[in-house]
Ligand binder design. Structure first.
Ligand SMILES: [Zn+2]
Length: 605
């Protein structure tokens, strides 16, 4: 059990942090015994019972004098290095006079930001930044685009987990992955257009003609696209009169093609609620081209067909982000057609403000999926997990990670397809490592001329599918995280050979179950794994209130191998390129095969 002594203003941030690192904790009670106390307040009680203390503070605190530590304040926004991991800190940082064992350093220059001091009584980790303020900043403001590829908040969690492993504290957490999977993927489509026929001689049409004839020619000359794509675009431009006359199909109508490509993966389409409404930005009208030219009710049949095919339909909000009354009206338009009370939202052009989560929550939205970048891809909140944004109580945020337009637009990242695929692979690797969800937004007109980004989308799907991935609609993924958030540990008792658990949570609901991840000093740490991913043992939890899990002989040595080696050992065709764990002794091939289908390891036990 972790006890927390935080500053008065950090309460909400502490609660949310432990929804992401889901392990037993409480605010410190003086006569309780703790494995670890996390202290972020300036005053730390003298008489506390803990095997280890992790002190996070960017200022000198009273205990520093007792420990003989002197802190020197640095400016804001430093890069730190912990083992092989480099991560940014956005608030203040202190460096310490070396004392004990330095384990976190400033990147590229001398200066210890983390010290490990141990005596026979207890271990102390003194860390020179403010953990919960960092976490709060990441989940509200988010990281600047230049650091978007770094899952910073997951690294903070990994560092804390590393301290616990280092102090030989056994603990259990509920991992952010469903049983049998490496991570979750959520395919989404913002529906800004449903046909070029709606655009006659307007900004959109002339933009299409220019990009189809001129820019794609330049791209073909520069070798950025194939000549066949250029010819495809030229044909599309010259076919426009026929499309307007109704003699040719409208090539910007792409719902069927997405359903074909994604088959039963289940994607989410965000639709604009009103025609010809650009909305407002900072009390002024938004640019006219922000307005949709389609009317949601005119494509009702296509919308219902999407739902019949296992897809989800959500709100692509125009002004819903501004206040709850507007949000209610916009959400109501979606409900009218879908007849579903649970509606989620993503704002058009990612317009958002501090009060938006609350406004959407008051309008009855189940989730939002706006928190991402227009000009970058990655982890704006620094986490791979769904979280509760500041100001909301029930609404959850499904962060947006990969957007087609962010990668390929000349005024944004302007990546070639090879560069874009490399960047996506990097994000996939991080999601494999930390679990959670990867959310992709591929706009509904991106398969057609003049974008023709369908080949790339197919490659991206294939890349994601080289891993064990649970694909869900946005609503399904959010529901899974809500289930995990609603799990509570009533009791955790470790002994030498087993762990006794009591926990409560939602009953099995047909979705993959959550995973109890058990860390114990007797599990041999892997020497070849990334230093910040210690060995552990996973047990699916299917709703049983009380469990006693014995560490059988076969769990005595838990080792890990690169997945390629694992695939070779297990003889399965499945290959992923991150590190994974398998039980070295007597863990049969059957385990791997079962685990991919969502096994009940408790049955095997
Ligand atoms: Zn949009």
């Amino acid at each position: 059990m972790i006890g927390v002594v935080s500053q008065d203003t950090e309460g909400a941030a502490v609660h949310e942090f432990f929804q992401l690192f889901k392990t037993p904790w409480e605010f410190l009670v003086l006569d309780h015994d703790y494995d670890l106390v996390i202290a972020t307040s300036v005053e730390i009680p003298n008489k506390l019972s803990a095997k280890a203390i992790a002190i996070y503070s960017s200022v000198q605190i009273g205990l520093d004098h007792v420990l003989g530590i002197s802190a020197q304040r640095r400016g804001r926004a430093e890069w730190l290095q912990w083992g092989g991991i480099r991560f940014p800190v956005y608030g203040d940082v202190s460096i310490f006079q070396p004392c004990g064992q330095p384990f976190i350093q400033l990147k590229g220059e001398p200066g210890a930001v983390g010290l490990h001091l141990a005596d026979s009584a207890r271990q102390i980790f003194r860390i020179g930044y403010d953990l919960f303020q960092e976490s709060s900043f990441l989940l509200s403001t988010g990281q600047p685009a230049e650091n978007s590829h770094i899952p910073t908040l997951e690294m903070h969690i990994a560092l804390l987990r590393g301290c616990m492993v280092n102090a030989e504290i056994p603990f259990v957490e509920i991992a952010p992955v469903p049983t049998g999977y490496d991570f979750m993927a959520c395919l989404t489509h913002d529906v800004d257009f449903v046909g070029i026929r709606d655009h006659k001689c307007d900004h959109t049409m002339w933009g299409f003609v220019y990009r189809g004839l001129v820019r794609s020619l330049l791209n073909a000359l520069a070798g950025r696209i194939a000549w066949s794509k250029y010819l495809h675009n030229v044909k599309a431009v010259f076919s426009l009169p026929l499309v307007y006359l109704g003699l040719r199909d409208d090539f910007w109508l792409e719902f069927d093609r997405y359903m074909q490509m994604e088959k039963s993966l289940g994607s989410t389409f965000f639709l604009l609620p009103f025609k010809n409404v650009p909305g407002t930005w900072e009390s002024r009208p938004a640019p006219k081209r922000r307005a949709a030219k389609y009317d949601f009710t005119e494509i009702k049949e296509q919308v219902l067909e999407l739902i019949r095919n296992g897809c989800e339909v959500g709100l692509h909000g125009i002004d819903a982000w501004q206040n709850s009354q507007t949000a209610l009206v916009e959400v109501g338009r979606i409900r009218e057609v879908t007849k579903h009370s649970e509606v989620g939202a993503r704002m058009h052009w990612l317009y958002f403000a501090e009060g938006s989560p609350k406004a959407l929550e008051d309008a009855g939205c189940a989730y939002d999926s706006t928190f991402g970048y227009n000009d970058a891809i990655g982890f704006r909140a620094g986490t791979t997990q769904v979280f509760c944004p500041v100001g909301a109580y029930n609404l959850l945020e499904l962060p947006l990670n990969i957007q087609d337009t962010a990668m390929f637009y000349p005024r944004r990242l302007n990546l070639s397809e090879a560069q874009a695929l490399e960047s996506c692979k990097q994000l996939i690797q991080s999601t494999v490592l930390y679990g959670g969800v990867l959310t992709v937004n591929w706009h509904t007109r991106s398969l057609s001329p003049e974008r023709l980004w369908g080949d790339f989308y197919a490659k991206l799907l294939k890349e994601i599918q080289t891993h064990r991935v649970w694909f869900g609609t946005a609503g399904q993924i959010v529901k899974w995280f809500r289930k995990r958030r609603n799990c509570h540990f009533d009791l955790v008792e470790f002994s030498e050979n087993n762990v006794h658990l009591k926990l409560r949570g939602p009953l099995p609901d047909g979705q993959p179950s959550v995973v109890l991840r058990i860390h114990h000093p007797r599990f041999t740490s892997c020497t070849t794994s990334p230093a910040h991913m210690p060995a552990y043992m996973d047990i699916p939890w299917r709703g049983k209130h009380e469990l006693s899990i014995a560490f059988c002989e076969r769990f005595a040595a838990v080792v890990c191998l690169p997945s390629k080696a694992r695939a070779r050992v297990c003889g399965t065709p499945f290959v992923s390129c991150t590190w994974s764990f398998f039980f070295a002794k007597s863990m049969p091939m059957e385990y791997e095969q079962r685990s991919r289908m969502g096994p009940s390891l408790t049955n095997i036990l």
